[in-house]
Design a binder for this molecule. Structure first.
Ligand SMILES: [Zn+2]
Length: 713
C-alpha cells in the first residue's frame, strides 16, 4: 500500500513551513507522501501483482435500472443486457485476450432499487471467476434522490449544494441525479456499505470510482460539511500570526468558502489568497477521501484493485476547476482513467495529438491508465480512420505500465474486439515476460507545479504543454513530474521549468541541490518570480542559478542564455516559449486543447538548449519523422526497451536509425525488433560507438519494440 500522510501531519508540517516563511525562511509547501512513483511490486506474493501483470479490459458498466431511468435506450435493451452478462460473453472475451470486465455495482439509486442489477452482477462474477475472467464494479458518485431518499431518508443531506443552497445536478438532462458530497461522513459510511457488498459479497476484483472530482465553480459544494472542514483546514494551517501575513487579519474563522455568484469564473489568475486556499482544500480533501476509500477496500481484501476516474487531462485546468492535483490524488488507488479528447492522430496541419502527457503523469505516480480504445457509439472524440484503433493501442503499449485499456464494450453491448487489434493483444500477452516490471528511462523531467499551472494556466500550462510537444516530436526521453517529485530529482539530467512562475523557497532549495549535484535546469518566462502564495519576489528566486534577475518584457523575446558554471550543472534561461498560433485569452477556466498544439516558433532553440543541458548524452536518439514518437523503459535488472509509435498508421516508416546509451557500466549485448506483424522478433545488427550502440530498424508500420539485453562491462 502506498504511504499516506494523515491530516494532522499534513497540516502541522505545512503550517510550520509557513511560519518559517513568515519569518523570511522556507515557505509553505504541500506535504506529499514519500513513495509515489514506485510501482507496486509484481511478485506473486503481492496480492495486487495481477494489476501489473497487465490489463486488457472490456466494459458493460451501466446498471439496467439507470439506463431505464435515463431513457433513450434500445427497445430490447433489458433482454440484451441480461443475455450479455453470460457464460458465452465470458468465453468470447477470454478467447480474444480480455482479462477483466467492468460491470455495474452501484450507480446511485440505492442498494434496494438496484438489487436486481446487483443480483445479476453477483451471478456473473461467479460465472466469470469460474473461467478466470476478473470483474470490476462501477461505483458512481451521484444520488438518485427519488429512490435513495426513500431507502435512506438521511441521504437528503448527502447532496452537494451551491452557495444559494441549490442542489448540484449531474447534467442538465439527468434531472434525477444530484452530486453526492464525499466530505459528508454519512455518505462515506453509505459508500463503505456498498463497497462491502462489492468486495466481500460479490467478490469483485476491482472497484471503479467515477466522478472522482469536484464540480467547477459556481457549481462547487458549499454544504455544511465542506464549509466546516474548510474552516478547520484554514485554522490548522494559519495560526493568528501567519493568518495576518496571509489574509491581513488574524481570525480565519471569519472566512467562508468564497462565493462565485451565478456566473462562471471570470478572472485570469488566482491572486486572492482565500480562493487559492479553497482550491488547495478541494484538491487535498478529494485526495484524502479517495485514499480513505482505497484503504478501506484494501483492508476488506488486499487483492481488490482500486481505480478512479478524475477524467485526467493535462491540457485542461483540472487543478482549479475540478480540484484535481495529480501529485496528491494519484497517491490513492491502483489505476486511473482518462476520458480526454486527445485520441492519437497526426493531423493534416501537422500536429501530433496524443494522450502521452496523461500516460506520463500517471506513470510518474506509479499508476497505469485506462483509456477507451473501443467506443461503438461513435463518440466524436474517437476519430474513425484506417488504423485509428491500432494507433491507440500502440500508444498504450509504448507509454502505459502494462494496460492497454478497454478494447471491447461500452454501455451498450459489443464484445467483439476488431480484427486489426488482435495482433497487438497477442504481442501484449506473448511478450509479457519482457514487458512486466519496467520503469520509464527519462533524461528530462518537466515540472507541473500546482500553484503555477492551476493559478495561472494561460501562461504556465500553455508553456508546459508546448515544451512537452517539442520533446515528444523530437523524441527526447522525458517524464512529467509534480511538486512532490522535486524532492528527489536524481533520476534526471535536466529539469525543465516552463513558466513555472510560483515556486516555494523550499522547492527552490531542492532545485539548487539538484544543480549542485550536476543536474541542469532549463527555465523559461517568469519561472520562480513568485512564491507559492503568488507574491512577487524582487527578482527571480532562481536568479543565482539562471544568471538572470528579471523577465524580459513580452515583446522582447530574445534567445536563450546559457551558463556552464552553476555548481556541477548547467543552466539555460529562455525568455519566452513562442506559440505558433495565438493561445485562447487568459482565464482561469482554461483549456489548451490539441487545436493549439503546433510546435512553438522557437522549437529549435528549445530543443538545442535541452540537448546542451543534457550534455548531448541522451539515453536514446532516434532519427525518424516527427510523427514517430519513442519511449524508453527498463525492466528491473533486465531488458532495456525502446518503444516506437508511428502516428501516420497508413504510412510505413523505413530505415530508422537509433542510438542507445545504456546505463553506466553496461553495454547492449543483443537487440531484437518485435512488431505486431512479427511477434517472435528479429535480431538487429549492432554497431558500437563510444558509450553507445547504434542500430537500424528496417521498417515499421504502427508499433515497434526493440528489446535489448544488457551485460556488465
Ligand atoms: Zn460538501
Amino acid at each position: 500500500m502506498s504511504s499516506s500522510y494523515n491530516r494532522r501531519e499534513f497540516l502541522a508540517l505545512t503550517a510550520s513551513a509557513s511560519l518559517l516563511q513568515a519569518a523570511g525562511g522556507n515557505p509553505l509547501i504541500p506535504l506529499y507522501g514519500s513513495d509515489a512513483g514506485s510501482p507496486r511490486p509484481s511478485s506473486v506474493q503481492e496480492p495486487l501483482h495481477w494489476v501489473r501483470q497487465g490489463i486488457v479490459a472490456a466494459s458493460n458498466m451501466e446498471a439496467l435500472s439507470f439506463v431505464r431511468r435515463r431513457g433513450g435506450e434500445l427497445l430490447d435493451y433489458a433482454e440484451q443486457w441480461r443475455a450479455d452478462l453470460s457464460d458465452a460473453t465470458v468465453r468470447t472475451l477470454l478467447e480474444q485476450g480480455v482479462n477483466l470486465i467492468l460491470i455495474t455495482l452501484h450507480k446511485g439509486a440505492g442498494l434496494k432499487t438496484e438489487a436486481e442489477d446487483i443480483a445479476t452482477a453477483r451471478e456473473f462474477v461467479k460465472v466469470a471467476h469460474r473461467r478466470g475472467l476478473r470483474v470490476g464494479g462501477y461505483v458512481g458518485a451521484t444520488i438518485f434522490y427519488e429512490t435513495l431518499e426513500a431507502e435512506e431518508p438521511q441521504s437528503k443531506d448527502w447532496k452537494q449544494i451551491d452557495e444559494f443552497g441549490h442542489p448540484l445536478y449531474y447534467t442538465p438532462t439527468q434531472t434525477f441525479r444530484y452530486m453526492a458530497c464525499r466530505n459528508n461522513p454519512g455518505y462515506m459510511d453509505y459508500i463503505k456499505r456498498v463497497l462491502k457488498v462489492g468486495v466481500l459479497d460479490l467478490q469483485m476484483d476491482m472497484i471503479h470510482f467515477d466522478q472522482l472530482m469536484w464540480w467547477s465553480a459556481p457549481a462547487s459544494c458549499h454544504c455544511q460539511h465542506c464549509r466546516r472542514q474548510f474552516r478547520d483546514f484554514l485554522k490548522d494551517r494559519y495560526p493568528a500570526k501567519l493568518a495576518l501575513a496571509r489574509f491581513g487579519f488574524e481570525n480565519v474563522e471569519l472566512m467562508d468558502i468564497p462565493p462565485f455568484g451565478s456566473d462562471s469564473i471570470r478572472f485570469a489568475e488566482v491572486a486572492n489568497p482565500l480562493i487559492q486556499e479553497w482550491a488547495w482544500f478541494r484538491a487535498w480533501s478529494l485526495a484524502k477521501r479517495y485514499q480513505e476509500l482505497s484503504d478501506y477496500i484494501h483492508q476488506l481484501n488486499p487483492g481488490t484493485a482500486v481505480q478512479g476516474n478524475p477524467t485526467m487531462n493535462l491540457d485542461n485546468n483540472v487543478g482549479f476547476l475540478y480540484g484535481v492535483d495529480y501529485g496528491q490524488l494519484l497517491e490513492g488507488g491502483d489505476m486511473v482513467c482518462s476520458e480526454e479528447p486527445n485520441q492519437p492522430l497526426w493531423t493534416d496541419d501537422g500536429r501530433l495529438v496524443s494522450q502521452i502527457r496523461t500516460y506520463k503523469g500517471a506513470r510518474t505516480m506509479g499508476k497505469s491508465l485506462w483509456v477507451w480504445q473501443a467506443c461503438p457509439r461513435g463518440d466524436k472524440n474517437f476519430p474513425i480512420y484506417a488504423g485509428a484503433m491500432e494507433l491507440n493501442i500502440s500508444e498504450a503499449l509504448a507509454y502505459n505500465d502494462r494496460n492497454i485499456g478497454i478494447v471491447a464494450g461500452f454501455d451498450v453491448l459489443s464484445n467483439t474486439v476488431p480484427g486489426e487489434v488482435k495482433p497487438y493483444i497477442e504481442l501484449f500477452t506473448k511478450r509479457s515476460q519482457d514487458l512486466v516490471n519496467t520503469k520509464t528511462v527519462a533524461d528530462v523531467a518537466v515540472l507541473r507545479s500546482y500553484a503555477s499551472t492551476s493559478f495561472n494556466p494561460a501562461h504556465s500550462n500553455v508553456s508546459t504543454v508546448l515544451v512537452e510537444q517539442s520533446l515528444i516530436v523530437d523524441k527526447i526521453p522525458f517524464a512529467i513530474i509534480f511538486d512532490r517529485h522535486l524532492r528527489n530529482l536524481s533520476a534526471y539530467k535536466v529539469l525543465v521549468l516552463a513558466d513555472q512562475d510560483a515556486l516555494s523557497d523550499s522547492q527552490l532549495a531542492s532545485i539548487r541541490d539538484f544543480v549542485k549535484a550536476g543536474g541542469s535546469v532549463v527555465a523559461t518566462g517568469r519561472t520562480s518570480l513568485l512564491n507559492e502564495w503568488r507574491l512577487t519576489r524582487p527578482k527571480f528566486g532562481l536568479s543565482d542559478v539562471l544568471g538572470v534577475d528579471q523577465p524580459a518584457p513580452d515583446q522582447e523575446a530574445g534567445g536563450p542564455s546559457r551558463r556552464t558554471e552553476v555548481g556541477a550543472g548547467r543552466a539555460v534561461y529562455i525568455p519566452r516559449i513562442e506559440p505558433a498560433v495565438e493561445p485562447p485569452p487568459a482565464q482561469v477556466a482554461y483549456a489548451f486543447g490539441n487545436h493549439y498544439w503546433h510546435l512553438p516558433r522557437n522549437h529549435e532553440d528549445l530543443i538545442a538548449s535541452i540537448r546542451w543541458a543534457a550534455r548531448d548524452q541522451l539515453s536514446a536518439e532516434v532519427k525518424a519523422p516527427r510523427w514517430v514518437t519513442i519511449e524508453l523503459a527498463q525492466q528491473d535488472g533486465g531488458l532495456l526497451l525502446l518503444h516506437l509509435v508511428n502516428y501516420k498508421p497508413k504510412e510505413t516508416v523505413q530505415n530508422i536509425q537509433a542510438i542507445i546509451r545504456p546505463p553506466a557500466k553496461f553495454r547492449v549485448k543483443e537487440a531484437s525488433l518485435v512488431t505486431p506483424e512479427h511477434i517472435s522478433g528479429q535480431k538487429l545488427t549492432l554497431e558500437s560507438g563510444p558509450g553507445n550502440v547504434s542500430m537500424v530498424i528496417p521498417s515499421m508500420r504502427v508499433y515497434a519494440l526493440i528489446t535489448m539485453s544488457l551485460e556488465a562491462i
